[in-house]
Design a protein around this ligand. Structure first.
Ligand code: FAD
Ligand code: NAP
Length: 457
């Protein structure tokens, strides 16, 4: 590395972080080195901890990220949490630029009575649990529940419904966390209700995902004919809608037509209803719901509650109404949107809203929790393009650096960081353990166990 090499730190190691790194390292003008910091010992963010275990093909994107990690000017520092192990200023003192790509860690709330009852959970927790994310390893989901409601009509809600409904033996060969597989094998869930506040035209799921519900062995996906009868606003929206929305409608019609075939598990798709209360004294006993109608406000079709109140007997509730970014003390943050304020990826200062020259952001924490893995590629390219433009136009003054590499800093602070080679040892171990159990991977779900394994290998 020569003196003119630009040093960039990227916080996070999900798709946005890796696409940013790849874009930075793609050309040698200017020469860039990348240090990636990740709070877990494992890389890849939601590709490891979010994507459903039965969507294995999608996870092959990690092969591309792995190749990028082999670049001679790339270093990975796992088990290093920004905001805890290292602070903003400590990064700014060492790098020409920092890209925050730490995703949206938490979830949105319904803000209704009963949300904190036992057996009322966030989808984020359930997803983390079945995917072996260490934060959720010890969460308990009482699968003696027979009737489960999932609030939300997005792809995460569909993932959760599929995991709850399908025969666990379909999951046995995947990388599902072993504790989840064992719990699902004992599951007594019989009926799952997916609850959308708007109509089918406004559903947030995508065709490939909803189509899978037609073909789940031993499961009947069902819906009421009345939910396919569209109001005038929705009819108009559908006439101008994207191909995906039109396909969704065709698939929903097929789901309706296929109907109840006497399979043991039922998955109900219910539209135009919103929960108003989660009922129960200690734990969930039911849902109070209100029927909605579609109204047009400012050109947007919204759900408006009618007087029609309903009741649904359920003994477990998952809210799957979107993820939410979390503030990291010291960093500018938009609490309402759950994002870092930015202009094309360049941070805006909290006090005066002026552009900050050394700091950038990418992915969900930049734009909010929506979009598939590929969406983060364009997003990262926009950020890196802004960063390189600033370098070219010399808008960045050379900061006053401390002559103290991150490696020395971490060693001094006795932080047991995980290099990419260390992660590869863990990766190999998980795959080998998986092979013994005829699974694609047997995930280690405890941070200390991961660190011990790395040290002993
Ligand atoms: C349940 C679920 C399933 C999905 N399934 C699919 C799918 O099948 N196909 C598809 O294309 N898309 C899917 N997506 C969308 C896709 O996962 C996201 O678009 C993508 O992961 C967002 O990338 P990101 O890098 O912004 O965030 P993330 O992937 O969340 O990565 C953020 C990373 O930052 C780390 N981090 C957080 N805080 C800190 C800190 N303080 N210090 C250091 N590191 C930190 C996190 O541990 C994480 O590794 C799914 C999303 C979810 C929620
Ligand atoms: N297989 C895949 O490709 C895959 C899998 C999982 C996730 N993802 C992606 O990851 C992103 C996040 O997915 P997501 O499902 O978490 O979010 P999402 O797509 O934004 O869906 C959120 C759902 O929650 C509903 N909702 C929001 N607030 C609500 C409230 N107060 N009451 C009732 N319902 C409410 C929304 O309804 P409204 O529309 O009315 O707001 C919507 O149906 C998406 O881009 C998704 O495509 C992709």
């Amino acid at each position: 590395m020569n003196d003119s090499t630009k040093r960039v730190a990227i916080v996070g190691s999900g798709p946005a972080a890796f696409y940013s790194a790849m874009e930075l390292l793609r050309h040698d003008d200017p020469m860039v080195s990348v240090d990636m910091l990740e709070r877990l010992p494992t890389p890849y963010g939601l590709v490891r901890g979010g994507v459903a275990p039965d969507h294995e093909k999608i996870k092959s994107v990690t092969k591309i990220f792995e190749r990028a990690a082999g670049h001679p000017r790339f270093r990975f520092f796992g088990n290093v949490e920004f905001g805890k192990d290292i602070q903003r200023l400590e990064l700014l003192q060492r790098y020409h630029a920092v890209i925050y790509a730490f995703g949206s860690r938490t979830d949105r709330h319904l803000n209704i009575i009963g949300e904190t009852l036992q057996r009322s959970h966030a989808a984020t927790e359930f997803v983390g649990w079945y995917n072996g994310h260490p934060d959720y390893r010890h969460h308990q989901f009482d699968l003696t529940s027979k009737r489960v409601a999932i609030i939300g009509m997005g792809n995460v809600a569909i993932d959760c419904a599929r995991i709850l409904c399908q025969d666990p033996e379909n999951l046995a060969k995947t990388d599902i966390a072993q504790h989840a597989l064992e719990a699902l094998r004992q599951s007594q869930v019989e009926e799952v209700f997916l609850i959308g506040r708007r109509g089918p035209v406004q559903a947030a799921f995508t065709p490939a995902e909803v189509r899978e519900l037609l073909h789940l062995p031993k499961v009947d996906a069902v819906m009421r004919a009345s939910d396919l009868e569209l109001d005038d606003h929705s009819k108009e929206e559908l006439s101008k809608a994207s191909r995906n929305t039109k396909l969704n409608m065709e698939i929903l019609q097929q789901i309706h037509d296929q109907g109840d075939r006497g399979n043991p598990r039922k998955l109900h798709l219910c539209f135009l209803i919103s929960p108003t209360k989660i009922e129960g004294s200690e734990r969930v006993e039911g849902l109070e719901l209100v029927h909605n109608e579609i109204v047009k406000e400012g050109g947007i079709l919204k759900a408006k509650a009618t007087d029609e109140v309903m009741h649904l007997n359920v003994d477990m509730v998952f809210r799957s109404i979107g993820y939410m970014g979390e503030a990291i003390p010291g960093l500018p943050f938009d609490d309402r949107r759950g994002t870092i304020p930015n202009e094309h990826g360049q941070l805006l200062g909290e006090v005066d809203g002026k552009l900050l020259n050394q700091e950038y952001t990418a992915g969900w924490i930049k734009r909010g929790p929506s979009g598939v893995i590929g969406t983060n590629k364009q997003d990262a390219m926009e950020t890196v393009s802004r960063l390189k433009q600033n370098w070219q136009t010399n808008q960045t003054q050379e900061p006053k650096f401390v002559q103290h590499d991150l490696l020395d800093f971490l060693k001094e602070k006795k932080i047991q960081f995980v290099s990419f080679e260390d992660w590869k040892k863990l990766d190999k171990f998980e795959i080998e353990q998986g092979q013994q159990k005829r699974k694609s991977r047997q995930k280690i779900c405890e941070v200390q166990e991961m660190l011990d394994l790395i040290q002993s290998n």
